[in-house]
Design a protein around this ligand. Sequence first.
Ligand code: FE2
Ligand code: FE2
Length: 278
Amino acid sequence: MNVIKHGWGYDTWLADFENERERRAERGDPDWDRAAALPPELVRSLQRFQVGEDGDGSALIGKADRAGDPVYARAVRLFVAEEQNHARMLALLLEAGGAGILAGHWSDTVFVRLRRLLGLRVELLVLMVAEVVALRYYRAVRDGGADPLASEVARLILADEERHVPFHCLRLRDALAPLPAPARRAAVTAWRATLAAAAAVVAVDHGPALRTLGVRRRSFMADTVRASAPMAAAIAAAGHPDTTDPAGPVRAPRGRLRAPAGRSGRTFAARARRGGGV
Ligand SMILES: [Fe+2]
Ligand SMILES: [Fe+2]
């Protein structure tokens, strides 16, 4: 996974999210009529992740709207739709396994309240904690051999999460760019410390499920923290020409990508350099 996709601005990301929506519609859903044989530990774990994936995203969308870049704001709406699709698929997987969903979970309540207190910049840093933990978790479900349907759902969700991380990294890099280098380094150090703490909480809370998937708690934590190193470096690397050079091209990386008319990430980067709101 490239932490920052070379040459991708927000218009490229918007095109990618739009194309992914089309691909999803063409592909259709997994066959939910297949019964899923889910161990009880995995059911409890998936139920908690389902709560975490669910939400209307209104706070994030509102902050993205106020940031003043309509292209980015449209991409954020499609990002939220992908997260809601994760919640929907996990609910259907649980149903196929004969289990229901939870009305809520304390970890999600804490997470949502924390995010709502914050501006877009810090909200994205908190959101990125969940995204990076999710990368290791869904990889474990995909590869753990618990059940073919669970594996397929985890594969589909993981493919989205692997796109979400570079999307957020781009925005965070641009958002932190106006800060002095020591402040950027402090921000990413605090982010990695928060991530390590969150990975530890998830490793303990979901330890029994991880064990059924063949992943030890310690490995889950170590893998998660290790994966965050290139992300932290990319977020802290202000002034990269991909998004901050006003003359720099924004290329469509695949044939099917369509770049919509509108403002690109360069607009936001210029705004960020002027110290505009994030
Ligand atoms: Fe997700
Ligand atoms: Fe995600």
